[in-house]
Design a protein around this ligand. Structure first.
Ligand SMILES: Cc1ncc(C[n+]2csc(CCOP(=O)(O)OP(=O)(O)O)c2C)c(N)n1
Ligand SMILES: CC(=O)[C@@H](O)[C@H](O)COP(=O)(O)O
Ligand SMILES: [Mg+2]
Length: 587
């Protein structure tokens, strides 16, 4: 690491001669591979932009010139070259560097990212601000991938940029893949460009952007030359770079989906290392979803599946393999995914729209205006609900209970375990007369034996798991399992009743009435934000009905929760077994 160890800021980088930069690229790649092989993280995307990262900081005057990384999962090299090399092995660990650019982490992180397709809007905002505040020569650069530029927001921003007379440079990092292979007509257009097919219109030029490329993004001299040529040119420019995701690690190049975020691997051979998680006893919740959907689709021809760009992560790929005509990957397009589902539901289909809880935030108006207002039977399968862990604040699925609960017509449910998830997925298509959301967490379920015969779950009905004589614990979702564990160890187990509420909306008010008449206190528990969540629903009901019983709410504090392992984060929130025991013993 001869060169890399001398670089503490881009100013050091700019002192190198251009012919030293390929060696630096090799060192930077090696460094990222070494650290990520142990600490885990987004590998493929960062390896693919090593040359670009070096060239950008070499040619442009960062941080004065603004540089935004769309999604930001490819910004590891950027972090290392901008003064964070020595902390890099803390990436995504608790109290360590974030896995994404973050404004309060470094002055070089011009804009915080994590969700896709935001960069061009933010960049244009900065460019317009520069014009208004008398900094017309400042440069503004966004790096955006071929999958992210297909997102609606990016298109909205390009449409504005084309007439905004602002200085900005969009670098389209085209590796022909998102997490899964890119989809859609834009991909066809980009492929044609790559193949140099003549005589066609250019989408970007039609939008008034000065298009250049395609340029080989791993040819460092070529990238440097093109960036220098583009630097200082006025107006909106778009440079089309061709790169290979995972560049420099054979397995990552050959198996780009797995090596997007491969977990631990051998830094020399690249082979994956099977970890603790492989010893877990149940399948991942996402896989229970995926397998169950295939089973249901086999029985019910009206069922269709939709995923916005997460076939592997959501396990919708199982349905795509089994029923290719009935499962749709629409790309990074959550808003479209929701309204597409609405359209299908109008025609009598039963869409299972699988979206990570955090990404459904992008499609909120569509849930209200296009689905719920028309009371359409769309089944939202909200994966990654709760604290997701190392992706941190941008990705935790903690807001959905609150943001869905206030919408009329919708049913909001959460299974306590894998069998319940399966039965909820089954029940949804039998009972669906309006929208339903089923939320379940990232990671592994509790039991290998989840493939029970399907059972219908009575809508809006909670189930009593244990009686008690003083305090009723009402859990919503998989944290109910922590309650079961905690009740084995609390000082006075006989004091506690436990109810798996299953539904945040509609609430089981019959059960609540009974609880209010028999217990001294209610304790609610959820892996969502306390403000407006399941506990709030219970509290509202108790208050509205004038019951005197006190309600204590346990859940995620009103804060943006940072990154760390799920265990660390749940412990910090007092929602692990030990924390629950402490809380329960205190009542
Ligand atoms: C709104 C939103 N939807 C989905 C995701 C999940 N996601 C993260 S990276 C990614 C693929 C990005 O592909 P691309 O922009 O081509 O970048 P690459 O990884 O190829 O560098 C997706 C779908 C996200 N971060 N944000
Ligand atoms: C950057 C991004 O948004 C995704 O890669 C995300 O990290 C995937 O999360 P899972 O690992 O939970 O599928
Ligand atoms: Mg890509």
């Amino acid at each position: 690491m001869k060169l890399l160890s001398e670089i503490n800021s881009p100013e050091d980088l700019r002192k190198l001669s251009e012919n030293q930069l390929p060696d630096l690229a090799r060192e930077l790649r090696r460094f990222i591979i070494d650290v990520v092989s142990v600490k885990e993280g987004h590998l493929g995307a960062s390896l693919g932009v090593i040359e670009l990262t070096i060239a950008l900081h070499y040619v442009f005057n960062t941080p004065e010139d603004r540089l935004i990384w769309d999604v930001g999962h490819q910004a590891y090299g950027h972090k290392i070259l901008t003064g964070r090399r020595d902390q890099f092995d803390s990436i995504r660990q608790k109290e360590g560097l974030s896995g994404f650019p973050k404004r309060d982490e470094s002055i070089f992180d011009a804009f915080g990212t994590g969700h896709a397709s935001t960069s061009i809007s933010a960049l244009l905002g900065m460019a317009l601000a520069a014009r208004l505040s008398g900094a017309p020569n400042r440069e503004h650069i966004a790096v955006i991938g071929d999958a992210s530029i297909a997102g609606g927001m990016a298109f909205e921003a390009l449409n504005h940029a084309g007439v905004a007379e602002a200085n900005l440079l969009v670098i389209l990092n085209d590796n022909a893949i998102g997490i899964d292979p890119s989809v859609g007509a834009l991909k066809t257009f980009l492929n044609r460009k790559k193949q140099g097919m003549p005589g066609e219109g250019n989408l970007f030029e039609s939008l008034n952007l000065n298009y250049s490329g395609p340029v080989d993004g791993h040819d460092l001299p070529a990238v440097l030359q093109e960036l220098k040529r583009l630097k200082g040119k006025p107006g909106p420019r778009l440079l089309h770079l061709i790169t290979t995701k995972g560049k420099g690690l054979r397995q990552a190049e050959e198996n780009q989906v797995t090596y997007h975020a491969p977990g631990r691997f051998d830094k020399t051979t690249g082979e994956l290392i099977r970890g603790e998680k492989d010893k877990e006893i149940g399948p991942k919740y996402q896989d229970i979803f995926g397998h169950t959907l295939v089973a249901l689709a086999a029985q019910n021809p009206k069922i269709v599946g939709i995923t916005p760009a997460m076939p592997t992560g959501s396990s919708m790929k199982f349905m795509m393999d089994a029923f290719p005509d009935r499962a749709f990957d629409v790309g990074i397009a959550e808003q479209h995914a929701v309204t597409l589902a609405a359209g299908m539901a109008c025609e009598g289909l039963i869409p299972y729209c699988a979206i990570y809880s955090t990404f459904l935030q992008r499609g909120y108006d569509q849930v209200i205006h296009d689905v719920a207002l028309q009371n359409l039977p769309v089944i939202f399968c909200l994966d990654r609900a709760g604290l997701v862990g190392k992706d941190g604040a941008t990705h935790h699925g903690v807001f959905d209970i609150a943001y869905l609960r206030c919408i009329p017509n919708i049913t909001v449910m959460a299974p306590m375990n894998g069998v319940e998830l399966r039965n909820m997925l089954y029940t949804a298509q039998r009972e669906a007369r309006g929208p339903m959301a089923i939320r379940y967490p990232r990671g592994y379920s509790d039991h290998p034996d989840w493939e029970h015969p399907f059972e219908t779950i009575p809508l809006g009905k909670a189930r009593k798991l244990k009686s008690g004589n003083r305090i009723a614990i009402l859990s919503f979702g998989t944290l109910g399992q922590e309650v079961t564990r905690a009740l084995d160890r609390v000082d006075t187990p006989e004091a506690f009743g436990h109810f798996d509420f299953r539904f945040a909306k509609p609430l089981d008010t019959d059960m609540l009435k009974e609880i209010a008449s028999r217990y001294e206190r209610i304790v609610t528990l959820e892996d969502g934000c306390l403000s407006g969540g399941f506990g709030s629903a219970v509290l509202e009901y108790i208050s509205d009905k004038g019951y005197a019983i006190p309600v204590s709410r346990l859940g995620i504090a009103e804060d943006f929760i940072s990154h760390g392992s799920p265990q660390e984060l749940y412990r910090e929130q007092g929602l692990d077994t030990e924390g629950l025991i402490r809380s329960l013993n205190g009542f």
